[in-house]
Design a protein around this ligand. Structure first.
Ligand code: FES
Length: 178
């Protein structure tokens, strides 16, 4: 038994037998192929939903590579997350045009409204806010991507409406699930 596995929280996928089996299978199938790290991380993100710090340590141990290498890849690509994403994702483009065009003010607004920082999810699991790289719609800066929908020329006074639509959708989803 690896030492760190004894201390992981019960909520970590590594502590859950079915998820642990999936993780082991992904590692077994890909750890020795060229470019295996990227394949493994993609599979983990897709099938488990996120890559916890303990999972990163586990991958590094199994692949015999430094944890910092695994962590570096996970933090570089915004597709990877270290905690589960919420039902909705609001991404702020941090490309130059959007940054200069006012994205920092929109992020501030989102932080105040939702009470979480980029990279975090609201406690009800409804919304995750994230930063992303240029999405190729620079002429419409500043750009915010809600789920897969690109919103361009988002002015601070228009932004609360966008957020409210996301929050209302979340409310409807939880009511349907109740
Ligand atoms: S800089 Fe934001 S879309 Fe290109």
């Amino acid at each position: 038994m690896l030492k760190f596995l004894e201390t992981i929280p019960a909520t970590d996928p590594l502590a859950k037998p079915e998820q642990r089996q999936i993780i082991d299978q992904i590692l077994e199938e890909n750890k020795d192929i060229p470019g295996g790290l990227m394949v493994i991380l993609n599979e983990l993100q897709n099938r488990i939903g996120f890559i916890s710090l303990a999972m990163q340590q586990y991958v590094s141990h199994k692949m015999r590579i430094p944890t910092s290498t695994v962590h570096g890849v996970v933090s570089f690509y915004s597709f990877f997350t270290t905690t589960p994403r919420g039902r909705h994702t609001v991404k702020f483009c941090m490309g130059t045009a959007c940054y200069v065009g006012g994205v920092p003010q929109l992020i501030e607004k989102a932080k105040q409204t939702l009470g979480v920082d980029p990279g975090q999810t609201t406690p009800d699991g409804n919304v995750t806010i994230e930063l992303c790289r240029c999405v190729g719609a620079c002429s419409q800066a500043p750009v915010v991507v809600v789920d897969e929908e690109v919103h361009g020329r988002v002015r601070p006074n228009k932004f609360p409406q966008i957020l409210r639509a996301v929050l209302d959708q979340g409310k409807q989803t939880s009511e349907q699930q109740a």
